[in-house]
Unconditional design. Sequence first.
Length: 274
Amino acid sequence: MNRAHDLPYEARRNPALPWGYWILIDAEGDSTAPLIDEYGERWSSLREALWISRLGMTASDRLEPRDKEQIEFLLAVLAMIDRTVVCAEGAVIDLFDGSWYQAAHYASWLAGHRLIEPASILTDARLTSEGRAILVMLASTRPADRKAMPIGLSGLHPFARLRPEPDGEAMEAAIRKAEAALPKDTVRFLRKVTPGRPTIVLVGTANAKMPMAETHWSISFRQAHHRDRLYAWLLAQPDRWQDWYGIARKQRAGALTEHLLTLFLAQDCEERGI
């Protein structure tokens, strides 16, 4: 249903006005879809008309929750481009979780719809007249619960999740069940609550006169569910903990990190058949 025209946007529309200014309000025919475009199609909102008719981004005739998330994400990307003060790597990390491929694909998608001038890197891009008109419309039609939030990373949550939310309750139940079955040895891996840095630590015998334990190794993550995935993997191998503790104590903490990463990747590759 993409109705992008051969003529430049500014030759067909007033670029000084928000995208969709030409769509009429006519609630008499259908109160659930009070907006009617020049093709006679009805929409419940300007965002719906943009996403479905202009961008052709769903097979449905109405917005799904996932569509609404991605529209908010589109707003964040357009705003980032318009600011023109964000470094390339910062944009990739901030909005695309560090994936240069996803960022490049998104740039191609925006350019294909003529919302930006062609650019391989989003931070080098410039909004077209239509891209800026869409930015103004999206910023003006944010949901009531998001109006007070800044446009960008801090305003995206819980929007723009590129993957389904992990089942935290199921993971926590599995972890607690595994922990309960473990012997209370001096050497053990533990989760540690550090503000903003979910962490796993390895504790073992301290170099002290009293039978005390101390931390010999640690690793931190940006997301708690990433930490918990590795922690659950560690809990499944308590018979190896003493040897791993020996690596951290006799060699260096970095050596244990490299060893565990190698083992974890080897298992993951085997499970995937890579």
